[in-house]
Write a protein that binds this ligand. Structure first.
Ligand code: ZN
Length: 177
């Protein structure tokens, strides 16, 4: 069972004090927030490719580094970071070969239906638009940067930039500077 495996590993991790190299303060030293995709390939690669260490930046992740409007829940985390956690710039980092380019709202709705969800279960959700993927990685980064830059609640001096990362090599391409 994975949970047990991880708990056993963790006990050993503590005993050997392997946490020591990762100890850092709560405030992001570079006052940076990175908004990126939950893709597994980016878990360590993104930090390494950007030269960031624990304690340097906040990371907010979702499916595709996408925003579906000014009230997207991800923006709640971003606003809290900007107002309460000393962040003053945001890098939106999308990536090539994002699985969200192949996610379609209608297909997601069909998958929910085939897993047994009924109208009663889905009545409070606009499933097909809510679970819609992205049309293209570059367009998505541009859209997320646009929503953030024009967000009425964003502190006026916040810098917002957009980049794309190659999930194989870690190459960063600026998209919106
Ligand atoms: Zn992705």
């Amino acid at each position: 069972m994975l949970l047990n495996e991880i708990l056993v590993y963790n006990k050993n991790f503590l005993e050997k004090k392997e946490y020591m190299p990762y100890q850092s303060g709560k405030v992001a030293q570079k006052q940076l927030l990175v908004f990126t995709c939950m893709d597994t390939r980016l878990t360590e690669l993104l930090h390494k490719a950007m030269g960031l260490h624990g304690g340097d930046a906040k990371f907010v992740k979702n499916a595709g580094a996408s925003l579906i409007g000014y009230q997207d829940d991800t923006i709640r985390s971003i606003l809290i970071a900007l107002y309460a956690l000393s962040i003053n710039q945001i890098f939106v980092v999308g990536h090539y070969d994002c699985a969200m380019e192949r996610v379609h709202g209608e297909e997601m709705e069909a998958m929910l239906r085939s897993s047994g969800m009924t109208d009663k279960d889905t009545k409070d959700f606009s499933v097909s638009s809510w679970l819609q993927g992205i049309s293209g990685a570059k367009e998505n980064v541009e859209n997320s940067v646009h929503i953030l830059r024009t967000h009425p609640l964003l502190p006026k001096d916040t810098k917002v930039y957009g980049l794309l990362i190659d999930p194989a090599t870690g190459r960063l391409d600026p998209v919106v500077t």
